[in-house]
Design a protein around this ligand. Structure first.
Ligand SMILES: [Zn+2]
Length: 496
């Protein structure tokens, strides 16, 4: 049997320091991941590229707010009452199960927004028992997905399930910093926490992960979308809720301008961010056809969303997998905070002479899932067993390897000289073992280029520059290396 791509990747990730399950010496905790030296760097570069696309290219602000929040924040946001899974508990052995998963195992589909009563009915009708001991299960109850904590002594707090509330709660100050005008984009990249009952999808379903999101505030009365109109000409693969209700499961490729005329989007900022996302996925080398934008059905939407599109990438083991969401949150959050805090979050729009509570569109990306998708699509296994990661040079864990051909003192000294010239790059300097093995190790973690100091270097001051994907080598003078590498490593730019 041929090994699955995901199994090969997970094995490679452990072996080469990309990522692995945390706390293995204590038996491991599901849904927690440690990134090694290689994974850390690829993820950090992925985050930087996202910031370039979604923050700098639009002149948005980026902030960092606390991970811990006091309870009223999550009362106002609706998470305390709504951010739950339905669970069932065994009366005898005490095991707790996610109701929809348990029912799915016996072939019963639970609609995403199903009530606890509906689940009780399905459990009774299908005579579902505890899979561990065969006893009866409790009535369905709400399982809160937020981690509880205590702030100081006795004050209940939560670990944030999204970075968004750290933006909404600071909105008044951020609005002033944004010259008191709309639209206004505020981004944040940081860890979030979701206490899943029993995550079962390895590196895909995490209890702690990094989110990269923008809260984009706009006036719903002057909702014209961005002034540049280039995004209207772009084509995106889209699967609408209406199409899904008709039984269609394949996305359509539509020109954004046409889709807007069809009233597919609740506002023009959503399609703009979808186009920007298409451009970002292309920069990650996720191929055309491997991603789609699926509108969530009304019963699948998060409690705060009036319209929600997911960006899904097709993964070998998990099928279509959400890597980003685009929610139209309306004024839900700011109004919630006005109600609970008693503070005014409205702004005055001079062009219309009106006081409004801004509306929000939120593009939100999961960094670890994107990292995983990037690696899975980059993984190449050739017939002779050669394995390499074909990932974009600007996302690789090192910019370039520097290798002396032989482990002799004069070769090592010359290689160190070359390394000094290249000190503005992140270098993988390796002088041990055969050159073939060193190339193979570098290829496996996706280092795009290798510079090798060989016999000829001593006579004409040239080195070989080797390319990871093709294994081609060309000779280049040491003095032209920095410029050539800068050119090869320059990141791609957003198309809108
Ligand atoms: Zn039991």
């Amino acid at each position: 049997m041929t090994k699955k791509k995901s199994d090969i990747l997970v094995e490679l990730a452990k072996r080469r320091g990309i990522f692995w399950p945390s706390y293995e010496i204590y038996g491991g905790v599901k849904g927690l991941l440690t990134l090694g030296n290689v994974g850390f760097e690829i993820k950090r570069r992925l985050e930087n590229l996202w910031i370039k696309y979604f923050v700098y290219s639009r002149n948005f602000q980026i902030i960092e707010s606390p991970v811990i929040g006091p309870r009223p924040v999550y009362v106002a946001s609706g998470h305390e009452s709504q951010f739950t899974d339905k669970a069932l508990k065994c009366g005898k052995c005490g095991s707790v199960f996610r109701a929809d998963h348990l029912l799915a195992e016996i072939g019963v589909n639970v609609p995403e927004g199903a009530s606890t009563e509906h689940i009780d009915e399905l459990v009774t009708r299908n005579m579902v028992k505890c899979p561990n001991c065969g006893e009866n299960l409790s009535k369905a109850f709400q399982w809160l997905l937020m981690f509880k904590t205590e702030i100081g002594v006795g004050d209940l707090g939560y670990l944030r399930p999204e970075t968004a509330q750290g933006i909404f709660t600071e909105f008044r100050r951020l609005y002033v910093h944004g010259r008191s005008s709309l639209p206004l984009g505020i981004a944040q990249v940081g860890k979030v926490f979701r206490n899943e009952i029993s995550p079962r999808q390895g590196p895909i379903r995490l209890r702690e992960f990094t989110i990269m999101e923008v809260e984009f505030f706009f006036d719903p009365d002057t909702n014209t979308g961005p002034s540049e109109e280039r995004y209207l000409e772009e084509t995106i693969p889209i699967l609408t809720a209406e199409d899904q209700e008709k039984g269609i499961s394949e996305p359509r490729k539509v020109k954004v301008g046409e889709a807007i005329k069809e009233n597919i989007f609740s506002n023009n900022w959503i399609p703009f961010f979808l186009v920007l996302t298409k451009s970002f996925l292309e920069a990650l080398w996720i191929p055309d056809g491997a991603y789609r934008f699926r509108e969530k059905l009304p019963n699948e939407r998060a409690h705060y969303a009036k319209q929600l599109f997911d960006c899904e990438v097709f993964l070998d083991s998990w099928g279509w997998t959400e890597v980003a969401g685009f929610a139209y949150r309306t004024d839900y959050d700011l109004s919630g905070h006005m109600r609970v805090s008693g503070e005014d979050m409205s702004v005055f729009v001079s062009s219309t002479n009106k006081k409004i509570v801004p509306h929000v569109v939120e593009p939100s990306f999961g960094a670890e899932r994107l990292l995983y998708a990037l690696l899975e699509y980059g993984l190449r296994i050739e017939e002779d067993g050669r394995t390499y990661l074909s990932i974009p040079p600007y996302l690789s864990p090192f910019d370039v390897s520097v290798f002396p051909l032989l482990s002799k003192p004069e070769f090592i000294a010359k290689a160190k000289e070359v390394a000094a010239i290249l000190d503005c790059f992140k270098l993988n300097f390796d002088d041990s073992g055969s050159i073939g093995r060193r190339y193979a190790r570098a290829d496996e973690i996706g280092i795009p280029f290798a510079v090798t100091i060989d016999h000829q270097t001593f006579s004409d001051n040239t080195v070989t520059l080797r390319f990871r994907d093709t294994k081609e080598q060309k000779r280049i003078s040491i003095t032209s290396l920095p410029l050539e590498l800068s050119r090869l490593l320059s990141p791609s730019k957003p198309i809108v």
